[in-house]
Design a protein around this ligand. Structure first.
Ligand code: SF4
Length: 393
């Protein structure tokens, strides 16, 4: 099996070298890069130039920023007929052994109200999201030691049975990193893909944020998690959590990694996560690096220019205005996340922030439908294509 860790040092050095000397491009240079991107994928150096627009003072970068906006809208946002792909996350457990400071499920947060769904409760949550038209379900677990491979296979099989006859339906899984054997068993159970953000591929920054986490602290084993899933025949969603390190480094490394996946496995990520650190439950985070709206939106547009076949997962942690402004055809967008806690759809536990993983903007469906329609978008609830033939193992 090919592993990203085998090329990590090389990519890391390349990206750091590029960032050492990158400058904000002139409007003429932006024009050249965008024109060039029509015939071949932009190089990492070109992508770094575009990212620099996000950290350059407004007066010196407004025109370039608007060029990115015009370009992405021209190519990936028509006046009508755009679709966003819907995913319903179902939180199964909020027990966690890890201690990420930006997450309310951290083992160190003693006042978090925790819950683990019983099988009957999981069934109720599945029925609840299917009754709302969801067809693609993402089962979400913290690093809960209770859930070994057998239990994950049990939950996935159960959810697969609930969606397998629904057009475009499928099951995704968000857990901490797993073994190849676990992914093979999950793929055999009908799992279609995994969702895992890398947080950051900056090893030092990763260590600062995660050294207190007994399992997640293992940077290299975690980094190769997507390789293990891809080799088992699963699709992958990846991405960085912007704000843990220099967002330009993270965006560049994500593009480098997506291209590596395409080369090694014949397919890149089906979607790039675009999460940005936010305060949780009224508690501020002491960030070493902040990612402004301008920087965040620049990264979103640059992802699309660099990886045109890949959607972006616009986050409910952001305001709806921000998401509406940035949506492009084929993106993933979810307006209800079950309050990001176990039992959120059927109100089994609590719907207060005391039980939620982080703060989100839960929205009403009618409102979202209307606002999306004004911008030429509709929601595609059943977007998964037929399962690929299983990889030869
Ligand atoms: S981000 Fe994941 S691993 Fe970290 S504390 Fe939260 S649930 Fe646990």
């Amino acid at each position: 099996m090919s592993l990203f860790s085998s090329v990590y040092r090389e990519r890391n050095a390349e990206v750091r070298g590029i960032l050492d000397s990158v400058r904000c491009p002139s409007p003429k240079r932006v024009d050249e890069i965008l024109a060039h991107s029509q015939s071949e994928p932009p190089s990492l150096s070109e992508i770094a130039e575009l990212l620099q627009i996000g950290v350059t003072a407004g007066a010196d970068s407004d025109a370039q920023f608007e060029m990115l906006r015009a370009h992405t809208r021209k190519h990936w946002r028509a006046s009508s007929g755009n679709a966003v792909r819907y995913v319903s996350p179902i939180y199964v457990s909020s027990y966690c052994v890890d201690a990420c400071p930006y997450c309310n499920f951290s083992a160190r947060r003693l006042d978090t109200v925790r819950y683990r769904l019983s099988l009957a409760e999981l069934d109720r949550e599945i029925a609840s999201v299917l009754a709302r038209d969801a067809r693609v379900v993402e089962l979400v677990y913290a690093t809960d030691p209770e859930y070994d491979t057998d239990l994950l296979v049990r939950d996935v099989s159960r959810t697969v049975r609930a969606v397998e006859n629904l057009e475009g339906g499928g099951v995704l899984l968000c857990t901490e990193y797993l073994s190849s054997k676990a992914y093979e068993a999950l793929a055999d159970a009908g799992l279609r893909g995994i969702v895992q953000w890398d947080e950051t591929l900056d090893e030092q920054a990763y260590s600062r944020w995660h050294s207190a986490s007994p399992r997640k602290a293992n940077f290299h084993t975690r980094m190769d998690n997507h390789d293990r899933a891809l080799a088992a025949g699963l699709d992958v969603a990846t991405g960085a959590l912007f704000g843990l390190a220099d967002f330009r480094y993270d965006a560049l490394m994500q593009v480098a990694r997506a291209r590596y996946f395409a080369q090694a496995y014949g397919r890149g990520p089906f979607v790039m996560g675009t999460a940005r650190l936010k305060p949780i439950g009224g508690r501020e985070l002491r960030l070493e690096t902040t990612v402004s709206d301008r920087a965040h939106e620049t990264a979103l547009m640059v992802y699309k220019i660099a990886l045109p076949q890949t959607g972006r997962w616009l986050q409910t942690r952001e305001t709806f205005d921000m998401n509406l402004r940035n949506l492009l055809d084929g993106d993933v967008f979810t307006y209800s996340c079950g309050d990001v806690q176990p039992g959120g759809y059927t109100q089994i536990n609590t719907t207060s922030v005391a039980g939620a993983q982080f703060g989100v903007n839960e929205l009403e469906r009618d409102y979202v439908d209307n606002e999306l329609a004004k911008q030429g978008f509709h929601i595609n609830y059943g977007w998964m294509t037929a399962p690929r033939a299983l990889a030869v193992r």
